[in-house]
Ligand binder design. Structure first.
Ligand code: NIG
Ligand code: FE
Length: 383
């Protein structure tokens, strides 16, 4: 198998997986193995499985009407989240389980082998807890409590009362099910003081921190995330020089979400400035019914190359190793010895084809924890 862009003079690489981990990688034939499964990828390129570090997969209903209105010029606003909250609260648990299972399978088909999933469309103690329970049905997902997504209608007159609920009984009920605490720090959602309260409450409960920050305009979210040692600040569409400097001096990952900027017709995040300043950058799908209804990391990579001017190698790295860093994981997002044997085999000679031939299903096979979980489909030969 070739892992890097094709190196014909060096011959193909072989990779051996054992107990779900990368056990050997090298030129020429692999060492003799007793038994086991063999996958000959015939010179196709192999990259680490994608690590999608930002999704909202547990929801009901859709927002096609809102999307269509955007096509006619209406701006995206945080208020649309309320539509999905109403549909999600009304949905039966099996409906939510089917949706999350379907989207997780779709993501795996597209090469995503590690997924983060947020709550955030329940916004009561019981509903948020239920969403995390449903998300937990996805094997090995990283779960994030996002009770502070927006202030629900019933607290419109008392937003601080809602923040108190999130920091108190909602956090108590949800923290045991989650690894992470997130907050939407934005105009129309939570201000700096409210966001700080939520993040500090999450930290007291032992959760790692992440922030939806600087999506719709410049705001305090990135600086707050850096100050509190968040693992990641996500969106980062509107940054000033101080934000870039603060990120560069921190270990907080800047997670960029180009499909959100596509769906909401927003300007692109200043990705090159971040990379050139030495900031750790991740790419994720933010799959949700409002601002980015896609699980395709291939599309994310294509947009990152085209709109952010990332090289394909930088984009693939951000969608794999970058996502892993954003989740504090060193076992995924790369193919070093001992890493999880999570691989995507592309039906292409080079990862650059993800951007070069956008919009096509170029995933030939997916291996997760050493098992071939998506096999090459038999193509009907052209007559
Ligand atoms: O990441 N920004 C906040 N949350 C989501 C949008 C959710 C929605 O519109 O339903 C996001 O873009
Ligand atoms: Fe999001």
């Amino acid at each position: 198998m070739s892992h890097e862009p094709s190196q014909p003079e060096q011959g193909p690489l072989s990779l051996v997986c054992a107990a779900g981990r990368v056990a050997w990688i090298g030129q020429g034939g692999p060492p003799e193995q007793a038994g086991g499964q063999r996958l000959d990828v015939a010179g196709r390129c192999v990259i680490p499985g994608f690590v999608d570090s930002h999704t909202h997969l547990v929801f009901a209903g859709d927002r096609l009407g809102e999307f269509t209105a955007r096509l006619a010029g209406r701006p995206y606003e945080a208020g649309g989240i309320a539509t999905t909250v109403a549909a999600t609260r009304a949905a039966a648990r099996p409906t939510l389980e089917n949706t999350v299972r379907g989207l997780a399978a779709e993501a795996l088909d597209g090469g995503t082998t590690t997924l983060e999933i947020k709550s955030g469309y329940g916004l009561t103690v019981d509903h948020e807890r239920r969403l995390l329970e449903v998300a937990a049905t996805v094997e090995d997902a990283e779960l994030t409590f996002l009770g502070a997504h927006v202030v629900p209608a019933e607290f419109a007159a008392d937003p601080d009362g809602y923040v108190a609920l999130v920091c108190g009984s909602m956090m108590e009920a949800c923290a045991p099910l989650a690894a992470w605490c997130d907050v939407f720090c934005e105009r129309g959602a939570f201000d700096a003081e409210q966001s700080r309260a939520v993040l500090e409450a999450g930290r007291r409960r032992g959760l790692g921190l992440r922030v939806h920050a600087n999506q719709l305009g410049h705001g305090p979210g990135v600086q707050l995330g850096v100050e509190l040692g968040a693992a990641a600040v996500d969106h980062c569409t509107f940054l000033d020089d101080d934000d870039v400097t603060a990120l560069a001096a921190s270990s907080t990952v800047a997670t960029l979400l180009p499909t959100v900027e596509l769906s909401t017709d927003s300007r692109p995040a200043p990705a090159r400035r971040l990379l050139d300043a030495g900031v750790d950058v991740a790419l994720a799908s933010d799959c949700n019914p409002g601002s980015s209804y896609t699980t395709s990391m291939a599309l994310v990579i294509a947009l990152a190359c085209q709109r952010y001017r990332l090289t394909p190698a930088e984009a693939v790295r951000a969608a794999t190793l970058g996502g892993a860093r954003a989740l504090g994981r060193d076992d995924v997002g790369h193919l070093g010895l001992g890493a999880a044997a999570d691989l995507v085999v592309l039906d292409a000679p080079d990862p650059g084809y993800l951007a070069y031939r956008p919009g096509l299903a170029q995933v030939y096979a997916v291996v997760r924890r050493g098992r071939v979980v998506r096999r090459p489909s038999a193509r009907v030969p052209a007559s």
